[in-house]
Write a new protein. Structure first.
Length: 269
């Protein structure tokens, strides 16, 4: 029986999913033919895309370690995608075992896989919610079961904001700024068009337009606006490889890949 035939009810196997395309870039197996075909079209345009997603994962690990080392004991990973190696809860709980982690994704296959993997982890859960409705994300019963919003929270938006419009992004960030308590941290990465051929950028956008979540490339200044109201921690908003590089967690040595994305961590005063 093919993976498509075994797909949980309600999952559209005829339209590419960005979560499953990302899984394919990472070398995962939880993807369908339609996802692989779309991903291969992107790879043909940007051969370093696989190195880019590995850079992105390395940034996530460093950001999570940073937050936990700053005293954060509860994390919401919005747009977490399919489970892979060194998930957020594994990185955080390796440092502090009872760190609480809530994974959030709109793709129902993430919920199906996540629940199976996390069934025995009392400090971690996964919910299906849309980041475009942040009140539902933060107010979900599973979120509030683990997250105490009277204490600082770490929020991850890794490779997610480039799937929302300027208006949607502003609304999401405004809500998070108001809802999160002081001392909370927000980490985000974002694809950029800075220094990239306009034709290549447009062809990639055309591919993602066929998914349920079209993409947006932004400049450094446009990405920086998402952090308004947060104090960027050093070294600020930089290419993925330049954010607090850690010799114990080397990112792939591909400067061209890293230059496709910016990453930063902000603290709510």
């Amino acid at each position: 029986m093919s993976l498509e035939e075994r797909a949980p009810a309600g999952i559209d196997t005829t339209r590419p999913s960005v979560a499953r395309m990302y899984d394919y870039y990472l070398g995962g197996k939880d993807n369908f033919a339609v996802d692989r075909e779309a991903a291969e079209r992107v790879i043909a345009l940007v051969p370093e895309i696989r190195a880019l997603v590995l850079e992105n994962r390395a940034f996530l690990r460093r950001a999570v370690r940073f937050m936990v080392n700053q005293g954060i004991r509860q994390i919401i990973d919005i747009g977490s995608g399919l489970p892979t190696v060194d998930n957020t809860h594994e990185v955080a709980q390796r440092i502090v075992p009872d760190t609480r982690v809530v994974y959030v994704d709109i793709d129902p296959i993430v919920l199906a896989h996540g629940r199976a993997i996390l069934a025995s982890n009392e400090h971690t859960t996964v919910v299906t919610a849309d980041m475009r409705r942040p009140a539902e994300v933060l107010g979900h019963s599973e979120t509030t079961r683990l997250i105490d919003f009277s204490q600082p929270v770490g929020v991850l938006l890794i490779a997610m904001l480039h799937f929302v419009s300027d208006e949607e992004g502003a609304q999401i960030m405004s809500y998070l700024r108001d809802a999160l308590p002081s001392g909370s941290y927000l980490a985000a990465t974002h694809i950029t068009r800075d220094g990239k051929p306009a034709e290549v950028v447009q062809r990639i956008l055309d591919i993602y337009a066929a998914t349920s979540t079209p993409g947006y490339f932004r400049t450094h200044a446009e990405v920086a606006r998402f952090f308004e109201g947060f104090e960027l921690v050093e070294p600020g908003l930089v290419t993925l490889d330049a954010w607090r590089p850690d010799p114990s967690d080397p990112a792939p040595a591909d400067p061209e890949a890293a230059s496709w994305g910016y990453g930063g961590v902000g603290r709510k005063p």
